[in-house]
Design a protein around this ligand. Structure first.
Ligand SMILES: Nc1ncnc2c1ncn2[C@@H]1O[C@H](COP(=O)(O)OP(=O)(O)OP(=O)(O)O)[C@@H](O)[C@H]1O
Length: 259
């Protein structure tokens, strides 16, 4: 049974169609990348799968259960999914632990504080950030903030994790440690991970399979190896480009090693 099955999804904004006809599946424990040029509709696809936007037509199945386009995702299925938004979206007036506890509190308001603390500590441990339990987001480096947001995204130990540009704004070393963490979570939680990404280094490190979007359709659906050896000109060019090479921020590296 697939973790996610997208069939003939058609979506856009008002009269503007961005995605014409998108179909793909994600298997359990698979790391699936959504790739494509800037503006091709990667985030739009993610938002439509998460039902933050409403598709025009098509069906989505989560864990074998089909949800019609206009229906919301029921809570019992939502709890089996986690989302890491691009900005991390931590609430600045709450500690890291309180941020991670938020979705748990919302779903289980009667949960005892000690139990809640134990669960939060477990999630922070899974992202190697237990020492930030009482810290505020402003006291964390960019990479640590991402990991805190990731701890919140895995609050329910999801089977399906969505990440929108997880490495955006991170230096290469921090970005690499986040990639390693995602691989680790896939192994420890057995979670399927769907990632929108531009970062070639990251794509080459963690992709099992990818879809490449172009002109509202899937230009290629394949494994990393098939992508690396593809003779489709756009795909070849995408994988053959130079690695993104932002200036390494030594301050961030220092913070990462401190923790
Ligand atoms: N809320 C919106 N209303 C109208 N058009 C939008 C909206 N959000 C995105 N678009 C348009 O939809 C198209 C796809 O945008 P989207 O953000 O999904 O692309 P993307 O592939 O994720 O881009 P990037 O890689 O630059 O983040 C773009 O032409 C964008 O201008």
């Amino acid at each position: 049974m697939s973790a996610l099955d997208v069939k003939h999804l058609r979506a856009g904004y008002g009269q503007k169609i961005i995605l014409e006809d998108i179909s793909f599946t994600v298997q359990p424990r698979e790391i699936r990348m959504i790739l494509g040029a800037s503006g091709c509709g990667k985030s739009t696809l993610l938002n439509n799968i998460l039902k933050l936007e409403h598709a025009i037509s098509g069906t989505l199945s989560f864990f074998g259960e089909e949800i019609q386009t206009k229906e919301p995702i029921p809570d019992r299925l939502r709890r089996r999914m986690g989302v890491l938004f691009q900005g991390g979206a931590l609430l600045t007036n709450l500690t890291v632990a309180e941020n991670v506890a938020l979705p748990l509190r919302r779903s289980y308001p009667k949960l005892a504080q000690t139990t809640l603390n134990e669960i939060v500590a477990d999630r922070l441990e899974k992202v190697h950030l237990l020492n930030a339990f009482y810290k505020f987001p402003s006291e964390l480096s960019g990479g640590m903030r991402k990991r805190a947001a990731l701890a919140r995204a895995i609050a329910f130990e999801p089977e399906l994790l969505f990440c929108d540009e997880p490495s955006a704004g991170l230096d290469p070393v921090t970005s690499r440690s986040l990639d390693e963490l995602l691989l680790e979570l896939r192994d420890t939680l057995g979670v399927s991970v769907i990632i929108v990404s531009h970062e070639l280094e990251s794509i080459k490190t963690i992709t099992d399979k990818f879809i490449y979007l172009q002109n509202g359709n899937i230009l290629m659906d394949g494994t990393l190896d098939e992508g690396l050896h593809s003779d489709i000109p756009v795909i070849h060019k995408f994988f053959a480009r130079e690695h993104d090479n932002p200036v390494v921020n030594k301050r961030f590296i220092h913070f990462e090693f401190e923790n």
